[in-house]
Design a binder for this molecule. Structure first.
Ligand SMILES: [Cu+2]
Ligand SMILES: [Zn+2]
Length: 176
């Protein structure tokens, strides 16, 4: 009987690791300074998990803002022109208030504050069912803008969190 159980456990582990391998990169964004879009300040990758959720891995590398916070949100439009203003306001497919991710109410792209260390590095990972990469889905993140603000999101002020100037920007693009 014990042997059967062991076989089952090993099969289960193999299944779990197979699941991890199915994480499929579905979208990407490169963050650059709004004042100079040749200056790369971060990269964002999106993976579709086996349960249909999307995981975002965001890594900042922004020496000019070392030892500070930046605030990150998905904005409505994927156009970084005019110092990021062309992205317009926060993407808000569920018609909620601006707020802290995971709280009672928040926009589906309210990633929030990221602390940058002495080298300007910082990262955040988010897994959610609020996003998809499917055409026609109200939750589709493809083509949205990602704005990096030079201040701290207070998670209260509507509709922006009073997050400061738009210092960085990127566009979420599908990975084929
Ligand atoms: Cu914003
Ligand atoms: Zn918001």
């Amino acid at each position: 009987m014990k042997k059967y159980f062991l076989t089952f456990a090993v099969a289960g582990l193999a299944f779990l690791s197979a699941c991890t391998k199915t994480d499929k990169e579905v979208a990407t964004a490169t963050l650059t300074e709004t004042a100079d879009n040749t200056k790369n300040i971060g990269t964002v990758k999106f993976f579709e998990l086996s349960d249909g959720k999307i995981r975002m891995d965001l890594e900042m590398d922004y020496a000019a803002r070392a030892d500070s916070n930046v605030a990150v949100h998905f904005h409505e439009h994927g156009d970084c022109g005019n110092m990021g203003e062309n992205t317009h306001g926060h993407w808000n497919p569920t018609n909620e208030q601006h707020g802290k991710w995971g709280s009672g109410a928040y926009h589906s792209g309210d990633i929030g504050n990221i602390h940058l260390n002495a080298k300007g590095k910082g990262k955040v990972s988010v897994t959610t069912d609020r996003w998809s990469t499917k055409d026609g889905d109200v939750k589709n993140i493809i083509g949205r803008g990602i704005i990096v603000h030079g201040g701290t999101d207070d998670y209260k002020t509507q509709p922006t969190g009073n997050s400061g100037p738009r210092v960085g920007c990127g566009v979420i693009e599908a990975v084929k």
